[in-house]
Design a protein around this ligand. Structure first.
Ligand code: FAD
Length: 276
């Protein structure tokens, strides 16, 4: 399985930019494209459903809509689900979301398993995706404890998991062994974020508490002032990660496109034969 993630453009960006992204991904035939959900003060609550609709209706690709729980009431969760029904999404990625310091959570859904249970009760047939963390979620004290909570989320109705980014495959493989040993049997896609920009790799790794392995750290240090070479090196790094994971029989790859279709296309060119 091969899937992609895109995000809604900022409100200030021209509306056409998402078309540029989706046009750039034409021909890749992913199993689905997932569309993120913003929690910022100025986030447009309808953007995810609108883009998911576009992905399905105009590009013929199944769309998965992300939905974050912390700021939802039961009514606004139902409203979001109704929008997703209308957009004919292939599934919902049920998330807790991160705390926005400018907003008080609604206090209804505290964790993703609660939103999952809410959706499962109201949409018995809906495919529900969930997030998982090969190096543990930053707020979990241990990986084992995080996996106990992950099992709770799967038991509440998650049918498919997508992982956070990681740069060392051995972290993902160790997590996979532990998740299977804990009785989590649903498909788990490996989330790959191509390390094509030194500043953003360091920023994202910091935010997600992900390790930057020595080999990648050396690449970043060496090429950080040469963006084109770093881009090529990052594309090769991600392609090798995917190659190795597929050789080890993982369920699938979820590529974070960061709305950069050129990078995604170059990786796809390197790995497409492995999905045949
Ligand atoms: P949860 O599964 O609720 O877990 C959060 C923490 O709470 C973990 O430490 C877990 O161990 C613990 N926990 C879980 N359940 C319980 C429980 N019942 N009792 C006690 N502790 C518990 N963010 C966005 O804002 N928009 C997006 O579109 C978005 N998309 C994402 C897509 C993917 C694939 C991933 C991996 C992350 C995404 N995120 C997104 C980020 C995500 O919202 C954050 O990582 C958030 O901090 C956790 O969300 P979650 O759904 O994994 O939370």
């Amino acid at each position: 399985m091969f899937s992609l993630e895109v995000f809604p453009p900022k409100r200030t960006a021209p509306v056409g930019t998402i078309y540029d992204t989706l046009d750039g991904l034409t021909g890749l035939s992913p199993h689905f494209i997932s569309v993120t959900y913003g929690t910022g003060k100025s986030a447009d609550r309808t953007a995810t459903a609108r883009i998911a609709h576009t992905v399905r209706a105009e590009y013929g690709i199944p769309a998965v809509a992300h939905l974050t729980a912390q700021y939802l009431t039961e009514d606004s969760a139902e409203e979001a689900l109704a929008m997703f029904d209308e957009a004919k999404v292939a599934g919902v990625l049920a998330l807790r979301g991160d705390r926005n310091p400018d907003r008080e959570p609604a206090g209804v859904f505290h964790y993703a398993n609660e939103l999952t249970a809410f959706i499962r009760e109201r949409r018995p047939d809906m495919k529900i995706y969930g997030a998982c963390y090969p190096e543990k979620h930053p707020q979990a004290d241990t990986l084992d404890h995080d996996i106990d909570n992950l099992k709770r989320k799967v038991d509440a109705g998650v049918t498919h998991l997508i992982s956070q980014l990681f740069y060392d495959n051995s972290d993902f493989l160790r997590f996979l062994d532990k998740a299977r040993a804990a009785g989590i049997t649903v498909p788990i896609e490996a989330g790959i974020m191509p390390p094509v920009n030194a500043r953003s790799v360091r920023h994202m790794a910091g935010m997600c508490s992900s390790k930057i392995p020595e080999r990648l750290a050396t690449l970043l240090d060496h090429w950080q002032d040469d963006p084109n070479t770093l881009k090529t090196a990052g594309i090769l790094y991600a392609s090798e990660q995917i190659n190795d994971l597929l050789a080890r029989g993982v369920d699938g790859i979820h590529l974070y496109t960061m709305n950069h279709p050129c990078v995604t296309r170059r990786i796809w060119t390197n790995v497409q034969d492995l999905f045949a």
